[in-house]
Design a protein around this ligand. Structure first.
Ligand code: PHE
Length: 366
């Protein structure tokens, strides 16, 4: 009993005398550490008779708790003291001019993708994804490009080394996808109709000039159901381009065209006219020539494509279209050179990018 009291007085004094955290920790180790005085006393419990232990046990436990509490209180007091000292000795020079703030900007491509998601989301489409590294089956064969067909040469493909672990030659042949139409195939192979999806992604072709880069982005739209017709395609596309360019009477024109994976196929043009040195999208005013520019490829999904994905073309049909995302971004925001999109020049981004807190047409903007 007197041992406990003496030890308690000693330790209490030592804790109070500890005037920095290091000294306090030394006291903690000397009391509660493996070889500490309190720990040593606790060890004597083992050699006591049951009656003695019943009496001493609670006393020792109380001592241990009390010392731990005192140490913790002293620690808090020391930390506060330290902070008070720093606060009174350190000063901040508020006359120094602030460093300029580097606010980031949203890349025009991200902006366009968000706008497209909100336009197509409102029409009930959801977003699908697929890999950049594709095989010959998904990029060509399933899309009704027969092997050796000249249409394969329309897209200057980057081929990759074959995957030797694949037994099926069409799946062994790897390449960088030349269009996002491959995502249509994956989506139809994996799911059950109806399908109503859009997808965005990088696409690759061996090309380089002011309007072509070896990597660019496409958007693909796919709608397959029991009663989908060309009229739905025209309606959906017209609504989309008018909403995107924010021109309610933007003229839209469909020209017959060939893509192996659609029948009938079309190229879609939007109207513009000359204004001064430049051009303006929209209906030409009276007396001015209406001009047209191609912006995307579209059509009714070919029955062979549906069959290749295990879908019965007698029951289901629908449309697809694909569009270069940079192309429509350049047109909407007046960006002249495609290559600048990927140069990561922060001056360019500062000029053409969007403030994250004030974005047109998106969830965070007006
Ligand atoms: N995949 C075509 C291209 O990249 C575009 C397209 C998509 C055309 C869907 C028709 C239907 O040129």
């Amino acid at each position: 009993m007197s041992d406990i009291n003496t030890l308690k007085t000693e330790l209490t004094n030592a804790i109070e005398a500890a005037n920095d955290l290091k000294a306090l920790d030394d006291v903690r180790v000397s009391a509660l550490g493996k070889k500490g005085a309190v720990t040593a006393l606790m060890k004597t419990l083992g050699g006591m008779s049951p009656e003695e232990r019943q009496e001493q046990g609670p006393l020792l436990n109380a001592l241990k708790d009390e010392i731990a509490a005192l140490i913790s209180a002293q620690e808090t007091a020391l930390k506060k003291q330290e902070l008070d000292q720093r606060l009174s000795s350190e000063t901040i020079d508020i006359t120094l001019t602030a460093r300029p703030e580097q606010a980031g900007k949203i890349h025009p491509l991200s902006q366009t993708i968000d706008e497209l998601i909100s336009i197509f989301g409102a029409m009930g489409f959801s977003v699908a994804e697929g890999p950049d590294i594709e095989d010959d089956w998904h990029n060509f064969t399933a899309l009704n490009f027969p092997p050796g067909h000249p249409a394969r040469e329309m897209q200057d493909t980057f081929f990759l080394p074959e995957d030797e672990s694949e037994t099926d030659p069409e799946r062994a042949k790897k390449l960088l996808r030349t269009h996002t139409s491959s995502v249509q195939i994956r989506h139809m192979e994996e799911g059950e109709p109806p399908f109503k999806t859009i997808c965005f992604g990088r696409t690759y072709r061996s090309d380089w000039d002011m309007t072509h880069t070896p990597m660019f982005h496409q958007m693909e739209c796919l709608y397959i159901d029991k009663n989908v017709t060309m009229a739905h395609l025209k309606g959906c596309l017209t609504d989309f381009v008018r909403a995107f360019f924010k021109i309610d009477d933007l003229p839209v024109q469909f020209r017959p065209s060939f893509f192996p994976f659609v029948e009938p196929g079309a190229e879609v043009d939007i109207g513009y006219y000359k204004q001064g040195e430049g051009i303006k999208l929209g209906k030409a005013p009276e007396g001015q020539e209406q001009k047209w520019m191609e912006i995307l490829g579209a059509g009714m999904v070919h029955s062979n494509v549906l069959k290749n994905c295990g879908i019965d073309p007698e029951q289901y049909q629908g449309f697809a279209f694909g569009c270069g995302i940079e192309r429509i971004t350049m047109l909407k925001y007046g960006i002249p050179d495609l290559r600048t999109f990927f140069e990561s020049d922060t001056r360019w981004l500062d000029h053409y990018g969007f403030s994250p807190l004030n974005r047109p047409n998106s969830a965070t903007g007006q």
